[in-house]
Design a protein around this ligand. Structure first.
Ligand code: UT7
Length: 328
């Protein structure tokens, strides 16, 4: 079988217009702008409008990625949507997106790996293309986290925002494209970050709603410790698998969860801030959408050149983590 080099043919992003600023949050919970900026790096986030849902964000980002890739809807073979905020339990958000795009030939499924979802998605897509099963795969990270956020819980509500990022994956010239993936999970940490209500173990009821079990529950301090440990390590593993070293990195694109977590990864990898894409100040934590939105923005800003070595790294609920290296 021919060894196919798989890379990103086009990127796109979409964030809703509504902004939620730290000043607005000060009026909702006992918090203040200085604490939020110092402890997280976040200044504002985007929030879906009334009637808007995850597939709507995914649709806009996908149109842009497909235009950038020069690929039409009927050329898409598979759609993978990484999300923890699907429009509904089922049908999948990927199927809803397939219909909106008119990508009639495409198979479609959702992928649940929380904030690591986009990296899990591109790893899966790369496998399908290398196998010769599909030519063009649309991978989307899309979230409407404001819909599952408890705006009376100051531990979580300051963190999350809504948005979507998309990429079209396909064959690229030899020497370019994805070089390695490092995926991991540790289910023993599942209770650190989760939503319990509404699933088959704790079906929705008046009680689950009264107990606010339909919102994100998080042990922030423990997740923070895990993130600091895993981010640098996962990136190093992915580099080693590709035969690359820290010095080769031109741009790190990390999950945007907390500026202090990003900073710890930069320290571990001996990178200066100019080698890292940071946009957490504008969008907060968009879970699976944060890496593809940061990538699309880096491309828009001209920060990615042909031949550059990019490293993606993320962590999230599950617990899960993922890292990947790519020659652009
Ligand atoms: O994609 C993965 C999703 N999750 C994450 O990435 C979360 C990772 N964790 C974090 O980013 C951090 O844990 C937080 C930013 C959420 C919190 O930072 P922390 O350093 O872990 O703070 P803490 O929860 O230990 O709280 C420190 C203090 C506490 O006060 P006392 O007990 O020291 O008096 C909190 O009550 O800060 C207080 N606090 C706040 N104060 C103002 C907690 N939240 C707030 C707030 N505003 N929003």
């Amino acid at each position: 079988m021919k060894d196919i080099s798989v890379g990103i043919l086009g990127t796109g992003k979409y964030v809703p217009d509504n902004r939620l600023t730290n000043e607005q949050l000060e009026k909702m919970v006992e918090t203040n702008n200085d604490w939020i900026v110092t402890m997280t790096g976040i200044k504002e986030r985007r929030i879906v409008g009334e009637g808007q849902a995850t597939s709507d964000l995914a649709y806009e980002a996908s149109l842009r990625a497909m235009a950038a890739a020069g690929v039409t809807a009927d050329q898409i073979d598979l759609i993978i949507v990484a999300t923890i905020t699907p429009d509904m339990f089922f049908p999948s958000t990927a199927c809803l997106l397939q219909e909106k795009l008119g990508a009639k030939r495409a198979a479609a499924y959702d992928l649940s790996a929380a904030c690591s979802g986009f990296i899990y998605g591109v790893a899966s897509a790369t496998g399908f293309i290398k196998m010769g099963m599909y030519k063009h795969v649309l991978v989307v990270g899309a979230e409407s986290l404001s819909r599952i956020t408890d705006y009376s819980d100051r531990n979580t509500c300051i963190l999350f925002g809504d948005g979507a990022g998309a990429v079209v994956l396909g064959e690229v010239p030899e020497g370019r494209g994805f070089r390695s993936f490092e995926l991991g999970a540790d289910g023993s940490g599942g209770e650190l970050l989760r939503i319990c209500g509404g699933g088959s173990r704790l079906p929705s009821s008046e009680q689950t709603v009264a107990d606010r079990r339909h919102f994100i529950e998080m042990n922030g301090r423990e997740v923070f410790k895990f993130a600091v440990r895993i981010m640098g390590g996962a990136a190093e593993e992915a580099l080693a698998k590709a035969g690359l070293s820290k010095e080769n990195i031109d741009l790190l694109i990390p999950h945007q969860a907390n500026i202090r977590i990003i900073q710890s990864a930069l320290d571990r990898l001996n990178l200066t801030n100019d080698k890292c894409m940071i946009n957490i100040d504008k969008y907060g934590n968009m879970s699976a959408a944060s890496i593809p939105v940061a990538l699309a923005e880096a491309v828009e800003e001209g920060r990615v050149k042909e031949g550059d070595c990019l490293v993606f790294v993320g962590f999230g609920g599950g617990l899960t983590w993922g890292a990947s290296t790519l020659i652009w």
